[in-house]
Write a protein that binds this ligand. Structure first.
Ligand code: 4AD
Length: 457
């Protein structure tokens, strides 16, 4: 009924009542509150209009009745429109369901014209639906992020990243922030992003590891959470061009210390993350079968994995049985991890298939003190190793890889001016989340994914 007074014209005492976020104060009932949110869902009955509001902190059911239910703005309300509502919070009647078991009985509302979201053909729900192609969904990532599923993953991500910070602090690692613009490679020239840095050539960093190593002498154990960049040219569900790399470096340790630390960090991060009931519920919603990993993690040498793959008739990339020295490709690695179905520390990879900086195993000089942590559904989520501490050996490794050592003077200086037994690792945050939240691809585990062919939005 257009002749009804616009709600905006009703006089409002600006100091009353208190503004609350939608998810906060789950037990708040029987009081008058003021809320802001966007219309997540709406349902119209004869005399009543039900809407579910969303503000990123939670959801709230709001009921409009009487004159409000018949007002123009409520009758023409579209999804995603922002609205301010005042009313009384009451417990839901027996048998009814609503977030936090409460509903807001509106007695006043305000919608500004510019808050109104496009409806009809242009409505967000018509642009983004379950049947939309994944590529289109990614073009519309700024809108799909408003959905419950996408936002849950990103909210869990926030909690996990925060937990890593907390756990590293508990273990007395210090956080540092190495540069992203560098002139040294870490993980091979094939995936380097090169760019013009004033009059020189430079790269986007592949890993902060080498810089973390330079911190050990004065800062003790260190970590960083920074972006790493890889010009990956293949489209897989676990490779991004830009990803968040959680890296740590520990001084005066053995290889076994490194594995123990890694297991502790991963399990403690899960414990801290799951201690928040909202986050725990989100993880269960996304991954109903989630279970805390069994400790200790299974430890398996590369050579044992080769035997295992041969016994289980899982071929290498050429379709042949695996041989010592072969790279274990993504498909084979994932099949093995899925069959074993628990976290695996895969260790002692051959020198030839690993990075130049890795320490050799004193007992078997063919292999390195290296580890990949493999998780069911995803495969490798962590790569780490002990680092070569002997300068001559390091220079020989540079020569083997055809790397000019002059750009690495600051790295070799670490060996020259007081070397130490040390090691560390890098964990891909998006892969960790793909495992924890059971996501098919790492592309859904970051805000705006970057990979071959995509640099928007
Ligand atoms: O195994 P990577 O290449 O190891 C390093 O970069 C070491 N320098 C790290 C260190 O010891 N500080 O990468 C480590 C992890 C991988 O296990 C994977 O989880 C992630 O980084 N990662 C990627 N994640 C998404 N997209 C990519 N293209 C990735 N490449 C590596």
């Amino acid at each position: 009924d257009m002749s009804l007074p616009k709600a905006e014209k009703i006089k409002l005492d600006e100091t009353d009542p208190a503004k609350v976020k939608l998810g906060n104060g789950a037990d708040v009932k029987g009081t008058r509150v003021r809320v802001f949110g966007r219309v997540h869902r709406e349902r119209k009955q004869k005399e009543l209009v039900f809407i579910t509001l969303r503000d990123g902190y939670g959801f709230m059911q709001v009921i409009f009745s009487g004159i409000l239910a018949k007002s123009y703005d409520i009758l023409t309300l579209t999804r995603e429109t922002s609205i301010e509502v005042l009313g009384e919070l009451r417990e839901v009647p027996p048998g009814a369901k609503a977030p936090n078991n409460r509903e807001l009985h509106a007695d006043y509302f305000r919608i500004h014209d510019i808050w109104k979201a496009a409806g009809g053909e242009e409505a967000i729900t018509n642009r983004v639906s379950k049947d939309t192609e994944h590529a289109t969904l990614l073009d519309l990532r700024h809108l799909t992020l408003r959905g419950e599923h996408a936002s849950k993953v990103i909210i869990v991500r926030d909690a996990v990243e925060y937990a890593f910070n907390q756990v590293y602090r508990e273990l007395r690692l210090r956080k540092v922030s190495p540069p992203a613009l560098v002139q040294t490679q870490v993980e091979g020239g094939a995936t380097l992003f090169k760019f013009h840095y004033y009059n020189e050539e430079a790269f986007l960093t592949q890993s902060s590891q080498l810089y973390l190593e330079t911190c050990l002498p004065s800062m003790g154990d260190v970590y960083c959470i920074e972006k790493s960049f890889r010009a990956e040219k293949s489209l897989t569900r676990r490779h991004l061009a830009e990803y968040t790399h959680i890296e740590a470096e520990l001084d005066f340790i053995t290889f076994d210390d490194l594995l123990d630390h890694l297991e502790l960090v991963m399990c403690r991060v899960l414990e801290v993350t799951m201690a928040d009931p909202v986050i725990k519920q989100y993880i269960i919603d996304l991954n109903p079968e989630f279970q805390m990993p069994e400790r200790p993690f299974k430890r398996m040498k590369y050579s044992e994995a080769i035997d295992w793959l041969v016994e289980h008739n899982i071929p290498n990339e050429d379709g042949e049985p695996h041989n010592f020295g072969d790279d274990i490709a993504e498909a084979a690695e994932r099949r093995m991890t899925d069959i074993i179905n628990r976290p695996i520390f895969l260790t002692h990879f051959p020198v030839e298939i690993k990075a130049f900086y890795m320490q050799k195993d004193k007992e078997d000089l063919r292999v390195t003190e290296s580890v990949d942590c493999l998780m069911p559904g995803v495969g490798e989520i962590v790569g780490g190793s002990m680092r070569m501490d002997n300068n001559e050996e390091l220079l020989a490794a540079f020569a083997r890889e055809n790397i000019d050592p002059s750009a690495y003077y600051w790295y070799t200086d670490q060996r020259k001016y007081g070397s130490s037994p040390h090691g560390g690792y890098g964990l891909g945050l998006e892969r960790f989340l793909a495992w924890l939240c059971k996501q098919h691809t790492v592309r859904d585990c970051c805000l705006y994914p970057r990979y071959f062919g995509r640099c928007k939005p």
